[in-house]
Design a protein around this ligand. Structure first.
Ligand SMILES: Nc1ncnc2c1ncn2[C@@H]1O[C@H](COP(=O)(O)OP(=O)(O)OP(=O)(O)O)[C@@H](O)[C@H]1O
Ligand SMILES: O=C(O)C1=C[C@@H](O)[C@@H](O)[C@H](O)C1
Ligand SMILES: [Mg+2]
Length: 171
């Protein structure tokens, strides 16, 4: 099976849902943010503070290139889609599942978390504009799944059904 990439805005639930999907499908799950943190021995917040966003984006592409492209679920960082190189790699190597939740929901999930430097100082409105600037990149996906006001179990069930439909050509 080709790699499954979970994409979407911060707080859409990529990391959380990916872990559960991995259990259900008996596939390993790799999270690009966690891989970067492990490799650098620094948190995402520390990387942004010490080296800046551009450096983080280089690390992100570097990690993405090293990951397997088969029999794996890759949960990506929310900004991975902003680079064409990353978008093309994901498209060529596998299926892209977009997780989507409305900004109100996303804001509630992430605004108090200090380890999301891109979100921590932004108002809901600023987050909404950031989302809009990335929207067309996110929407270029195989499947789009709503994650707002749904339990993790419901989302995973929905995702597996949709993946089966793609397999038989009815997505
Ligand atoms: N379906 C859900 N219902 C309620 N809370 C959720 C749901 N999915 C995720 N969460 C919570 O929202 C927060 C953000 O989820 P998660 O870290 O999985 O998002 P993400 O898409 O990986 O974000 P990032 O792009 O920043 O890595 C977590 O606290 C998680 O527990
Ligand atoms: O949306 C973003 O730009 C980000 C999302 C997170 O997953 C991390 O990759 C980092 O905080 C940047
Ligand atoms: Mg995540």
């Amino acid at each position: 099976m080709k790699a499954i990439y979970l994409t979407g805005f911060m707080g859409a639930g990529k990391t959380t849902i990916g872990e559960q999907l991995g259990i259900e499908l008996s596939l390993p799950v790799i999270d690009t943010d966690k891989e970067i943190e492990k490799k650098q021995g620094l948190t995402i917040k520390q990387i942004f503070e010490q080296y800046g966003e551009a450096y983080f984006r280089e690390l992100e592409t570097e990690i993405l290139k090293t990951l397997p492209s088969e029999n794996v679920i890759i949960t990506t960082g929310g900004g991975i889609v902003i680079k064409r190189e990353n978008r093309e790699l994901m498209k060529n190597n596998g299926q892209i599942i977009l997780l989507h939740a409305e900004i109100d929901v996303v804001y509630e999930r992430i605004h108090a978390d200090p380890n999301r430097p891109i979100a921590s100082k932004k108002s809901k409105q600023q987050l909404a504009s950031l989302y809009l600037s990335r929207k067309s990149f996110y929407e270029d996906c195989t499947i789009k799944i709503e994650t707002g006001n749904k339990s993790i179990a419901e989302i995973v069930k929905d995702m597996i059904l949709r993946l089966k439909k793609v397999e038989i050509g009815h997505n």
